[in-house]
Write a protein that binds this ligand. Structure first.
Ligand SMILES: Cc1cc2nc3c(=O)[nH]c(=O)nc-3n(C[C@H](O)[C@H](O)[C@H](O)COP(=O)(O)OP(=O)(O)OC[C@H]3O[C@@H](n4cnc5c(N)ncnc54)[C@H](O)[C@@H]3O)c2cc1C
Length: 179
């Protein structure tokens, strides 16, 4: 695994390697190629003894998400062909004419497998931990201007959200608005 990054790259931190985060990272990596360095943070991943990032399961005291979801063809067709093929490479169950059924754990496994070549090339880095406001890469990261602008927008939104929540808690109490 190599890790290439330079000041010309857009540094992107993705919070969560679920279906949306992983698909987003795959599409972005395909479109941006070496112009983007993408870090995916996922708290349900772990690194095994062969240095491979995997989803936590029984061995780690977790229950995988076995529920079956129905993915509509019109949604799938919006994805790049390599994701469409990769997603259903092990299991291609057509129950209805315009949709397919697939357990979420299979979606998660297939997307993680699709990320591998990008990890090999250093375009994507998998970080087996939760992203939070104290995450080193977020606080002290080597962001250049574009990324700093994005980060600053996130912080401003966070501050606005906190202010809004505090006001809400004053008006309606923390039971309704959270703490
Ligand atoms: C019983 C059931 C049936 C469903 N049926 C369907 C269906 O038929 N069709 C359908 O489209 N959807 C269905 N869903 C919903 C489906 O689960 C979601 O559409 C899908 O999981 C959404 O993907 P996501 O990536 O947005 O979110 P998630 O799958 O929730 O992924 C988010 C990820 O982010 C990680 N995470 C959270 N916080 C952090 C953090 N701070 N840092 C790092 N990582 C973080 C989590 O561990 C998680 O892996 C169903 C759900 C259930 C429970």
């Amino acid at each position: 695994m190599s890790s290439v990054s330079n000041s010309q790259q857009l540094v992107v931190l993705v919070s969560g390697g679920g279906p949306v985060g992983s698909t987003f990272a795959l599409v972005l990596a395909t479109m941006m190629r070496s112009h983007a360095k993408i870090y995916i943070y996922e708290g349900r991943w772990f690194v095994d003894q062969d240095d491979r990032t995997k989803w936590q399961g029984e061995g780690q005291g977790r229950i995988r998400r076995d529920q079956v979801v129905t993915l509509q063809d019109h949604v799938i067709h919006q994805m790049p062909t390599f994701i469409q093929k990769g997603l259903f490479s092990n299991l291609n169950e057509r129950v209805w004419p315009t949709s397919r059924n697939i357990p979420i754990r299979e979606v998660e496994d297939r997307l993680l497998a699709l990320l591998e070549p990008f990890v090999e090339s250093g375009q994507i880095e998998l970080v087996p931990e939760n992203l939070n406001e104290r995450t080193d890469r977020l606080v002290n990261g080597y962001f250049h201007e574009k990324s700093t602008a994005v980060t600053s927008t996130i912080y401003k939104s966070l501050e606005a959200f906190r202010a809004h929540r505090a006001q809400c808690a004053d008006d309606f109490g923390t039971k309704i608005c959270g703490t």
